[in-house]
Ligand binder design. Structure first.
Ligand SMILES: Nc1ncnc2c1ncn2[C@@H]1O[C@H](COP(=O)(O)OP(=O)(O)OP(=O)(O)O)[C@@H](O)[C@H]1O
Length: 510
């Protein structure tokens, strides 16, 4: 096939769920050898469209042509057969297996593991600059490399069209650059990449064409040379956006949460997970933590939230030592928590929204009723859920649907609303706006800033440097379990932060 020919043609795609039209009359043409971005608000219908193209879901109406041939994609196997592969945001790799085993098990099964497969992996890795060793253990690979293994897996199965679902959400800036280099190599070889992203500046950097989806339908196709990030955001929401305003500092000298000389040994031996962490969050202050994933951020959150007990040092809430408290006690004492993994720690996906909103708080007086307080007060729970949905703009047909049926960004908005409406004293927030569209992101930032004015203290862990710099009053860098530098967000550059995060420099500027 020639470069530039249409390889994916979607006409009139419509997909309905109970109470929602997720896709309506979608028109999309993707050309060979291009990177084609799909952007839109949370719940606009992007994931649904990609699932339809990957055969995970079937459209109610419309047609799909791949490389000029009309196809019925009834399953991912059909899509793979048509030359389409998909890399999901949550990697689907078995940690304690090698790259070779991971790649081959999904494709040919056990009998495929051998020198032939090893050679083929090397060839693919070399051809597209993926830099993957077939015999490396997946658990030894960083996030960026694991993502390249996922891409390699898809290529190994012969994909010519690769769908990536928010591929940069989990990457730090250097890894994003590497990924984009890989994407350029893929398209130079005549492959086609379709990707979903909320990071509009990245979309403008790497895409050849951008399709905007609004309320389930394709509203525009633009070329990155012709638009700004702001134009794109306005196309997504269908109206003009307000301009951001500058802020006065609200930091006080009242300590709310203190992490004092805290260390955490690794129960499996080796380097400690945390070493001598000292950190204070004052009322009205947002303390940001920058770091490459896996450098102790999760463990820091876990010792603060009572999921692990520090092996040295202590955690103080005000002047009360909470180091040995359980998570529930800590939450009840006024710490809100936005976990990094919303599926594992934040939500019960099979339960309705209203149950999720009172999750962890169902024993509190306002939610109990009946003899001996044995029943849940459904109407109080529903009222609170309606309020979360309304204030945090959770797009849902009703509060009775399951959390699992919400789009990813709307799940995140639900968690943030649940935590913020409880008016915590301290908020421990890991990647609070991951997967959230730019409009909703700005709204969440406003909610957090407003609470900060009223005295909230925040520990903000984020891979999004824009968010860290824009929200934080001070930024610490975490590297191999230690705080290695402190920076003033008003003066630090992304490059300085990036080098501190990778250990290229460890000197703080402030
Ligand atoms: N399995 C499902 N059952 C019911 N409703 C669903 C299901 N999957 C998606 N929806 C609904 O379809 C709409 C579109 O969701 P989709 O996940 O495609 O949005 P999205 O644009 O990918 O959003 P995000 O940016 O938040 O990931 C939403 O209203 C969502 O609640």
């Amino acid at each position: 096939m020639r470069r530039g020919e249409p390889v994916v043609e979607l006409h009139g795609i419509t997909k309905r769920f109970p109470g929602v039209v997720a896709n309506k009359d979608i028109e999309l043409t993707v050309h060979r050898g291009t990177v084609h971005a799909i952007v839109g608000e949370n719940g606009a219908g992007k994931s649904t469209l990609m699932k339809i193209l990957y055969g995970v879901q079937q459209p109610d109406e419309g047609s799909i042509a791949v490389e000029g041939r009309v196809r019925q994609l009834k399953s991912p196997a059909d899509a793979i057969e048509a030359g389409i592969g998909m890399v999901f945001q949550h990697f689907q790799l078995a940690d304690n297996f090698t790259v070779l085993e991971n790649v081959v098990l999904g494709a040919e099964g056990l009998h495929g593991i051998g020198d032939g497969a090893r050679r083929k992996i090397k060839e693919i890795s070399d051809a597209y600059g993926l830099d993957i060793e077939p015999d490396a253990l997946v658990e030894h690979l960083g996030v960026g490399a694991q993502q390249r293994v996922e891409i390699l897996k898809v290529l190994y199965r012969g994909a010519r069209i690769i769908i990536l679902d928010e591929p940069t959400a989990v990457l730090v800036p250097q890894e994003v650059d590497e990924l984009f280099d890989n994407l350029r190599e893929l398209k130079a070889e005549g492959l086609t990449v379709i990707f979903i992203s909320h990071k509009l500046d990245e979309v403008l950097r790497v895409a050849d064409a951008i399709t905007v989806v609004r309320r389930g339908t394709t509203v525009a196709e633009v070329s990155p040379q012709d638009v700004s990030a702001r134009d794109l955001a306005e196309l997504m929401v269908g109206s003009e956006l307000p301009s951001p305003s500058t802020e006065e500092s609200t930091v006080t000298d009242v300590p709310l949460l203190t992490v004092e000389a805290t260390s955490l040994e690794n129960p499996l031996g080796g380097r400690p997970l945390l070493t001598d962490i000292n950190l204070t969050i004052h009322s009205g202050e947002i303390v940001g933590i920058a770091g490459v994933e896996g450098n102790g951020q999760d463990e820091l959150v876990e010792v603060i939230m009572g999921m692990r007990e520090p092996t040295a040092g202590r955690i103080l809430l005000g002047d009360v030592d909470t180091s040995t408290w359980q998570t529930r006690e800590i939450r009840e004492a006024g710490i809100g928590y936005i976990p990094a993994d919303r599926h594992r720690h934040g939500l019960l996906l099979e339960a309705p929204l209203w149950e999720n909103v009172i999750l962890g708080h169902q024993t509190e007086p306002i939610y109990v009723t009946g003899p001996g307080g044995s029943l849940v007060n459904g109407s109080a729970a529903r009222q609170e859920t309606e309020a979360v949905v309304e204030q945090y703009d959770v797009r849902t047909p009703s509060i009775n649907v399951t959390a699992g049926s919400l789009s990813g960004g709307n799940q995140q908005k639900l968690i943030i609303g649940r935590e913020m409406r409880r008016e915590p004293k301290v908020l421990v927030a890991a990647h609070p706006t991951r997967g959230v569209d730019v409009g909703a992101q700005a709204a969440i930032w406003d909610h957090i800033k407003q609470a900060r004015r009223a005295g909230l203290g925040v520990l903000l862990i984020s891979a999004d440097l824009e968010e860290l710099v824009g929200l934080s009053d001070t930024i610490h860098v975490i590297l191999r379990g230690r705080l290695t530098g402190q920076f003033d967000p008003d003066s630090v550059t992304k490059e300085e932060l990036g080098s501190a995060m990778t250990g290229a420099t460890t000197e703080g500027a402030a």
